[in-house]
Design a protein around this ligand. Structure first.
Ligand SMILES: NC(=O)C1=CN([C@@H]2O[C@H](COP(=O)(O)OP(=O)(O)OC[C@H]3O[C@@H](n4cnc5c(N)ncnc54)[C@H](OP(=O)(O)O)[C@@H]3O)[C@@H](O)[C@H]2O)C=CC1
Ligand SMILES: O=C(O)C(=O)Cc1ccc(O)cc1
Length: 423
């Protein structure tokens, strides 16, 4: 059973039909949910979490991370004796604290986190499992139930989970959110500008639109509530600012040596080449939202230079996190790798950064945006996060149907190619 409608859909789609699923959403959504699941005899929609909790052997809370404490406080005491309780929220510190605070001592706690969004096939994607307070038998039960997803199980503690997802998810989202904010601030639809079409530019646009087409609370929750995330996002904003200042001041040598030091730290350490993403330009070109220009326009790729600088400053080697990577993180790492593994392109980015001031206004807005997202996160400002996110969401909304279609195709193609290489 679970709280929250999207997860019910996923479990029902993949689960063994013998499994009985008891589920609820907010009481006002009861009639609509009953209607949605009318043709599913193994799903029973109940009116509240109390009714679900008292009859279920395994309970998953899949609600907004910022509401987890209130929801567990409300329904936790109704948990069936000896049941297993877990959560699917993207940040585990508040979830586990809520379980410890509000659940009776005689229930097991096993949490999980599917590291992908709703439109991605769960097969082979990482699924984090956290055995926080449970017998081996209870843990095996959870593994068995979730095995229907065919995901790759990754065993972590709550703290390990939050540290890794801060590096992978939170900072990745911050970069794409900042791109969207900058395009919006310049009143620009990037697919109408030659600079942003083709190759890795397509990834920037498609992923940015994919993020803005989703719900704000998912990104706000995993950034604001994860104590490690604030540090990462702050460093990213600082790296953007410092590199932008070097560009503005025309400090070519300082900029170059900083970028090369970051490259050495992040990309030149020994690792199995299997982990590299190896994106191909001709494949990426297929996923444009606009017309491909005859000649590719140069870009200084401030967003990517700053990402590698940030990893370097924090001592992070992103390949170490592949086991816990989301599709968006792999795309993001894929495009940074594309730039940093190509000497000609990287030198071109440095030259463009110093010599070409055509896109200074874009980079200025990008710098403001990275800093502004960072301060909203650091201040724990959910309302401010929502307000900014939804204003930008509205701006891009007309292109969501197209962008989601192209973005899903792009992710599917690239993930399939990466999997082929791994096998
Ligand atoms: N979207 C994603 O890609 C992923 C999300 N997650 C995490 O999963 C969790 C759920 O996200 P997602 O499914 O996308 O978001 P949704 O907004 O679709 O789901 C949250 C659901 O919880 C319901 N809810 C809130 N409070 C209660 C309550 N007291 N009783 C019953 N139902 C309640 C909400 O109802 P209402 O809308 O009416 O308020 C809503 O339907 C989040 O913590 C998110 O971080 C994890 C992996 C991937
Ligand atoms: O791939 C990503 O980073 C996404 O944005 C989808 C997503 C969002 C929240 C999660 O907890 C897990 C995956």
């Amino acid at each position: 059973m679970m709280t929250g409608c999207r997860l019910i859909q996923t479990v029902v789609a993949y689960a063994n039909p013998q499994l009985r699923v008891n589920a609820c959403d907010m009481p006002e959504r009861f009639d609509a949910l009953v209607e949605d699941f009318r043709s599913r005899p193994n799903v029973e929609i109940l009116r509240t979490g109390h009714l679900v909790s008292r009859v279920s052997d395994y309970i998953i809370y899949s609600v907004e991370a910022k509401n987890i404490d209130a929801v567990v406080k409300q329904f936790g005491p109704s948990t069936k004796l000896g049941a297993i309780v877990g959560g699917q929220t993207s940040c585990k510190a508040p979830e586990i604290a809520a379980f410890e605070r509000h659940l009776p001592p005689d229930v097991h706690i096993v949490s999980c986190h599917s590291l992908h969004g709703p439109k991605v096939d769960p097969k082979g994607q990482p699924l984090v499992l956290i055995k926080h307070r449970a017998t081996d038998e209870a843990f095996e039960f959870v593994e068995k139930v979730l095995s229907c997803l065919n995901s790759t199980h990754v065993y972590l503690t709550g703290e390990q989970h939050d540290r890794i997802t801060a590096d992978t998810q939170a900072v990745t989202h911050a970069a794409f959110l900042s791109m969207g904010a900058a395009w919006n601030a310049n009143n620009q639809f990037p697919w109408e500008t030659a600079r942003y079409i083709g190759g890795i530019e397509n990834v920037k646009i498609n992923i940015t639109l994919r993020i803005y087409a989703a719900k704000w609370h998912v990104y706000a929750g995993l950034a604001i509530l994860n104590p490690d995330a604030q540090k990462q996002i702050k460093q990213y904003a600082q790296s953007v600012t410092e590199l932008y200042k070097l560009m503005l001041g025309g400090h070519r040598e300082e900029l170059r040596s900083r970028i090369m030091a970051a490259r050495e730290a992040v990309f030149h350490t020994a690792r199995p080449s299997k982990q590299e993403i190896l994106l191909k330009e001709d494949v990426l070109n297929q996923f444009s939202l606009g017309e491909l220009p005859e000649q590719r326009l140069k870009n200084n790729h401030l967003s990517l230079l700053a990402m590698v600088d940030c990893w370097w400053k924090l001592g992070i080697v992103p390949y170490d996190h592949m086991i816990c990577s989301t599709p968006l993180f792999r795309m993001w790492l894929g495009i940074t790798e594309y730039l940093f593994r190509n000497d000609k392109l990287l030198e071109e980015a440095i030259d463009t950064a110093i010599d070409d001031n055509t896109f200074r206004h874009d980079d200025l807005e990008f710098t403001f945006a990275a800093r502004d997202w960072s301060s909203r996160v650091t201040l724990g400002n959910f309302d401010g996060y929502r307000e900014k996110f939804e204003a930008i969401q509205k701006y891009f909304e007309p292109r969501f149907p197209d962008a989601t279609k192209v973005g899903n195709e792009m992710i599917k193609t690239i993930l399939a190619q990466t999997r082929e290489r791994e096998s």
